[in-house]
Design a protein around this ligand. Sequence first.
Ligand code: GTP
Ligand code: MG
Length: 370
Amino acid sequence: GENITIKSLAEKMAINAAEVIKKLMELGTMATINQEIDSDTATIVANELGYEVNVKVEEDKEALLMQDHEDTPADLEPRPCVVTIMGHVDHGKTSLLDAIRHTNVTASEAGGITQHIGAYQVEHNGKKITFVDTPGHAAFTAMRARGAKVTDIAILVVAADDGVMPQTVEAINHARAAEVPIIVAINKIDKPEADPAKVKRELTEHNLVAEEWGGDTIFVEVSAKNRENLTELLEMILLVAEIGEYKANPNRPARGTVIEAELDKGRGPVATVLVQNGTLRVGNFIIAGVAYGKVRAMMDHAGRRVKKAGPSMPVEVLGFSEVPPAGELFFAVEDEKLGKQIIDERHNKKRELELKATAPRVSLDDLFSQ
Ligand code: GTP
Ligand code: MG
């Protein structure tokens, strides 16, 4: 457990160590001033003495590593924006992404891509844009819970024949919580029953007001099916991205987020990760939660092998010891030994948390009865 000496526990409470020792004796534990007691015991003693205890989980070496790589403004270079497509079920998120990708398919991609990758990069007017396929709201929430801020811009897809639906509102809330700008893509305008004005009216109630109605929200009316206005959408994304001035430092070890991962029968654990800072290279030692490994190979969104991946680039990574959970942060460690230490610490911590969760709690009443 997280241990503490009697001496420092007493110091934290600003009382004499003898009082702590006395209280421990009352509870049936003999201890000397320099002896360590575990956090549970310390909590009980402190409570008895009228103190509340917050057991702080010690930060592992990751924090130290991050401090080593504090970026200065001079280190930062422009990076592509990361765009997440969100919206209600069946409103055409995937179709829209497919249509956008198709616009940008290069000859080398023609070889037939079979595997599903949750993130893509396209190029428009010489500028790259990274799209993250809606990870589903649950995954998005999980990422937020882990403190992962993946997206720079949210595209809210609303079907013109269906209008604002419950998950549209959820998506708005997610984007707002993440504090990212929202671009509205009214989709399926090819449908005879399409009513884009109704969508705009409904979104006004959620404070997304179109520019022509005096607001500042960008609306683009599109048809994924007919590939209508996709260029406009890409241009609006680049416009918003320009304002954001997204930057990162490509000259440091990589860190980012696991977008999705699975166990592939032939290739083992396969993770799609988004590099958010630094550059990830084949051969790097990487850690995501308690999953770790040496990057054996990397593939870009088109399945092409790449040796390195810079900021905002999504890549498939082979080499993890186990499947890391989606939304987990990953980082590369230059010193493999240090990396293994971090993993050991994390494994211990994991075990500890599990023990805490399953061990029966002894209450003070239990201690004093009998
Ligand atoms: P989920 O991932 O299930 O939430 O759905 P989605 O939002 O990704 O929608 P998807 O792209 O799977 O499209 C849902 C249905 O709408 C499909 O049958 C598409 O063919 C259809 N669809 C998508 N875009 C358009 C469009 O622009 N016009 C028309 N007419 N149909 C579209
Ligand atoms: Mg979809």
